[in-house]
Design a protein around this ligand. Structure first.
Ligand code: GLU
Length: 469
């Protein structure tokens, strides 16, 4: 039944949360949540040397920021090591695994000899069929008694049928001689115990799937549906790396892309639904399916991300957008907004959210409600406040004193003023922008005048008119 779907994201906590991990998490989340199923989080922290609490926190933060909520507590793979070892011992009892007493040196000698004789260096343990009563009293690893002939075949929802020759897969170690489980065993036991029905993950794990399938089959457990998705590439078609730009999901948060936009953008990185580029979560949840996942790697495209973000920003509720701005400020360490600034932003949101590609882009346009008198112009707008312009502003201020403060009257007044001074409208608008916002990228002068009101507009125009360099 559809409601039985259980997916998971199983990141290794060894650094920041990679954008590829975020995309995989999103696919799993969409697949489960769109079917009333469960989405789980497992931290694959078995590599004690490389796993850090900070990296685990980075994953939790990244998931939370992206709005990918998971069911229940995050599972620590390391904490389940006794269960993993129990399964290895059960396999020993059932004869699907065996004790291998070969030391590292034995294995190396085997390989050296194989190489010298031009044979495959794949290790074939001499202990595979040695009965228990001939075992030495020595440390041993537990190895899977993997099939030696034929093929291990994976039916993959993205890659199709994938075949692996069994004579190229060795008897993998399940439990090391120090009693610790291997990653390969841990993943299978955890996925089985967590009831995972669909393993949607990067195709760098496709080879692991063959080995993991062998463990499932040895245990007689049902395998999940495998879905190995192509990795994300950079714009040049090469595997995504730092030199292409941001690879950590929180870097995108710090660049001010709203998470809703990021979800839309990441969903389209490798998955498609017809020609749909811009969509809501509700649509993605309804549409997402494994057959929409492409077989070739998707390319990161920042221009596209900008246009997706602009669409989401424009359609967000004002209050929601304000909450995103506050979150962005907290994330980047900017001082919190005052009540007056929040009120100003809300009043201006209607004209800020059109054509803003990111939250900092929106905030740049919002300077006219965020800044306080006296407005300090940036370099570019200071240049618009030369002597002539100041004279013009001073005249304009006088003319606006008695006008009714509405869009129509302001438009009429400014147009008439520009005409009577033989000015193109842009020539008039530039010093007004400088006076009201101290910036050249602003909403229209009318929007600014209406949002801040008559008194504040006239005060700022007067300030600018009397400004001395
Ligand atoms: N821990 C693996 C990773 O970070 C994921 C393993 C899996 O999804 O099965 O890539």
């Amino acid at each position: 039944m559809a409601t039985d779907v259980v997916t998971r994201i199983a990141p290794s906590p060894t650094g920041t949360m990679h954008i590829g991990t975020a995309r995989t998490a999103l696919f799993n989340w969409l697949y489960a949540r769109g079917r009333g199923g469960k989405f789980l989080l497992r931290i694959e922290d078995t590599d004690r040397a490389r796993s850090t609490p900070e990296a685990t926190q980075a994953i939790l933060d990244g998931m939370t920021w992206l709005g990918l909520d998971w069911d229940g507590e995050a599972v620590s793979q390391f904490e389940r090591k006794d269960r993993h070892a129990d399964v290895a011992r059960a396999m020993l009892r059932e004869g699907t695994a065996y004790k291998c007493f070969s030391t590292q040196d034995d294995i190396q000698s085997f390989r050296d000899a194989a190489k010298a004789e031009g044979r495959s260096t794949l290790f074939l343990s001499p202990w595979r069929d040695v009965p228990e009563d001939q075992h030495p009293d020595a440390p041993y690893a537990v190895r899977l008694k993997a099939p030696r002939e034929g093929e291990t075949v994976i039916e993959d929802a993205v890659q199709g049928t994938v075949r692996f020759r069994n004579d190229q897969l060795d008897d993998m170690v399940l439990l090391r001689s120090d009693g610790t489980p291997t990653y390969m065993l841990a993943v299978v036991v955890d996925d089985h115990d967590m009831g995972v029905t669909h393993a949607i993950r990067g195709d760098d794990h496709l080879n692991n799937a063959a080995r993991q399938a062998q463990i499932y089959r040895a245990m007689g457990w049902a395998e999940p549906v495998w879905a190995h998705i192509p990795l994300i590439h950079g714009p040049d078609g090469k595997k995504l790396s730092k030199r292409h730009g941001a690879t950590g999901v929180m870097e995108y948060a710090e660049m001010g892309y709203p998470p809703a936009a990021m979800r839309n953008y990441l969903a389209r990185l490798g998955w498609s639904h017809g020609d749909d580029e811009l969509f809501t979560d509700a649509q993605a949840l309804e549409w997402f399916d494994l057959d929409g996942i492409g077989k070739s790697p998707a390319r990161l495209d920042m221009k596209k991300l900008d246009s997706v973000a602009a669409w989401h920003i424009a359609r967000m509720e004002d209050a929601e957008l304000l909450a995103e701005v506050e979150r962005y400020h907290a994330l980047t360490g900017a001082p919190p907004l005052s009540q007056a600034q929040k009120d100003g932003l809300l009043a201006a949101m209607y004209c800020l959210k059109e054509r803003a590609r990111s939250l900092p882009d929106l905030l740049e346009k919002a300077q006219f409600v965020l800044a306080e008198r006296p407005i300090e112009p940036d370099e570019k707008s200071a240049a618009a406040l030369d002597d002539v312009s100041r004279g013009i502003l001073s005249e304009l201020t006088a003319q606006l004193q008695n006008d009714i403060w509405s869009r129509d009257t302001l438009e009429a007044a400014l147009t008439a003023f520009a005409e009577s001074h033989g000015l193109k409208f842009g020539k008039l608008a530039a010093p007004i922008r400088a006076a009201l916002a101290g910036r050249s990228a602003t909403p229209s002068v009318y929007d600014m005048m209406l949002v801040i009101g008559r008194d504040e507009t006239l005060a700022r125009l007067t300030d600018a008119a009397s400004r001395r360099d």
